[in-house]
Design a protein around this ligand. Structure first.
Ligand code: PGA
Length: 250
């Protein structure tokens, strides 16, 4: 059975003090009995202090990025081993902001993906089309090639550690959401690709999250779709009440 997951991508937001305050609020408000896997992704300097706060809770931590080398002369980068040493369980790779602002290529994302799963961590792999692709009716082709050129290079065994996050770029931070039907249509397409590539079991057991302007007022409808197994939440993850109402929207 695949897991329901709600992950908060804090992006480049929150100082140490603010991260601790938000975490404290989440610890008080995320229901202890939730069946949803709750993940938060603070910035690098705040991962360890937040980890110290959440270690005995049902919230776990993701890093927003990682390098594929273990150590060395890579100024400004952070390795998977370093993240693991401070208790990180998940690494987000391939976010559209990493692709568009920092120029991360399919090859680089394939290397990073491989590194994360080989280290035994959960990989949350993001992808999605831009508006021009959708307008041109190319969104299925674009998503297929994004997967094939990177995360589909993992072996079936490694793929057990993968969570996919479909994030149409035109819906990220814009207030514009894919309709629940558009999300379902794409998620079903992705699950079919998984079936062709890795077989029925992997297809059924891989969580596919939707991301892009998920808010308390639209989460329930999006999550009600059979192939949507949760969300990757940006803006609405920065306020405890909004994030918790999305966590409890299943
Ligand atoms: P958003 O961001 O919820 O603010 O649209 C989603 C994301 O970038 O993961």
């Amino acid at each position: 059975m695949r897991k329901n997951i709600v992950a908060g991508n804090w992006k480049m937001n929150k100082t140490l003090e603010e991260s601790q305050a938000l975490t404290k609020d989440l610890l008080a408000k995320v229901p202890a009995n939730t069946n949803t896997n709750v993940i938060i992704a603070p910035t690098f300097p705040n991962l360890y202090p937040v980890q110290e706060m959440i270690k005995d809770s049902n919230i776990s931590l993701a890093a927003q990025n990682a390098h594929f080398e273990e150590s060395g002369a890579f100024t400004g980068e952070v390795s998977v081993e370093m993240l693991q040493s401070v208790g990180i369980e998940t690494v987000i790779i391939g976010h559209s902001e990493r692709r568009s602002i920092f120029g991360e290529s399919h090859d680089l994302l394939a290397q990073k993906s491989s590194k994360v799963v080989k280290a035994g961590l959960q990989l949350m792999f993001c992808f999605g089309e831009v508006l021009e692709d959708r307008k041109a009716g190319k969104h299925f082709d674009v998503v297929k090639s994004q997967l094939e050129e990177s995360v589909f290079q993992l072996t079936a065994d490694d793929f057990k550690q993968v969570v996919l996050a479909y994030e149409p770029v035109w819906a990220i931070g814009t207030g514009e959401t894919a309709s629940p039907e558009q999300a379902q249509e794409m998620h079903a397409f992705i699950r079919d690709l998984l079936k062709d590539k890795y077989g029925e079991d992997t297809a059924e057991n891989t969580s596919i999250l939707y991301g892009g302007s998920v808010k308390p007022n639209n989460a329930k409808e999006i999550f009600s779709k059979p192939d949507v197994d949760g969300g990757l939440i940006g803006g609405a993850s920065l306020k405890a009440d909004d994030f918790v109402s999305i966590v409890t929207a299943f």
